[in-house]
Design a protein around this ligand. Structure first.
Ligand SMILES: [Zn+2]
Length: 204
């Protein structure tokens, strides 16, 4: 009797594990597809900037997180598991935003290095800039994801961390993203985008 019970239990357990593995592969594939088919193409205008194709996963990190290096994007297991596409698209686009920031600044004649302000250092400005690049590219090119994102900024705000030396706080980041969304229309999106990029660049 005990043996039977044990076998049934262990059998169930391995079934569950198999299902989890299948589901994980699917979620991983879905995130890769979102990255390659939706997010990466947002950056096609940045000719000459290498946008990575390679994707790495930090299995240990269960928070919603990502990072970008010269030739790969690293995402957390937490981002893979997260169920909202507009958040995943934003996180990935923000990372690519870091890669194209200086190119964008050059196109707007802003100089080749983010200047430190007295109150806002260059690290923090880099985060604001990547946020605005991501929001601008998503809202102007992926209308549905853009709508989901801009009507749910509070969801994003809850995922962004508190202020630290290298990152502005979540509330301040969302304030600037909202400013872009509130001021921009179909006609003037590029102008407002440039104005806000310049405003961040020149922050005190
Ligand atoms: Zn960042």
């Amino acid at each position: 009797m005990l043996i039977t019970a044990f076998l049934v239990v262990s059998c169930n357990t391995s079934e569950t594990k198999k299902e989890e593995i299948v589901e994980n592969v699917t979620k991983e594939d879905k995130l890769k597809e979102l990255y390659l088919k939706t997010v990466k193409p947002l950056f096609k205008e940045f000719a000459g900037v290498d946008i990575p194709n390679e994707f790495r996963i930090d299995k240990e990190d269960t928070t919603v997180n990502a990072g970008a290096a010269m030739n790969y994007v690293e995402v957390s297991q937490g981002l893979i598991e997260y169920d909202k596409d507009y958040i995943k698209a934003f996180v990935l686009a923000h990372e690519l935003g870091h890669i194209v920031t200086l190119k964008q600044a050059e196109q707007f004649n802003l100089g080749s290095e983010i200047p430190n302000g007295n109150k806002t250092n260059a690290y923090k400005k880099a985060e604001y800039l990547a946020d605005i690049i991501a929001v601008h590219l998503i809202t102007t090119q992926e209308v549905e994801l853009g709508n989901d994102l801009t009507t749910n900024f509070e969801v994003l705000q809850n995922l962004l961390g508190p202020e630290i030396f290298t990152h502005p706080g979540a509330v301040d980041r969302v304030v600037l993203m909202r400013e872009y969304v509130e001021r921009s229309t179909n006609k003037n999106a590029n102008t407002i985008y440039q104005e806000i990029i310049e405003k961040i660049w020149n922050m005190e």
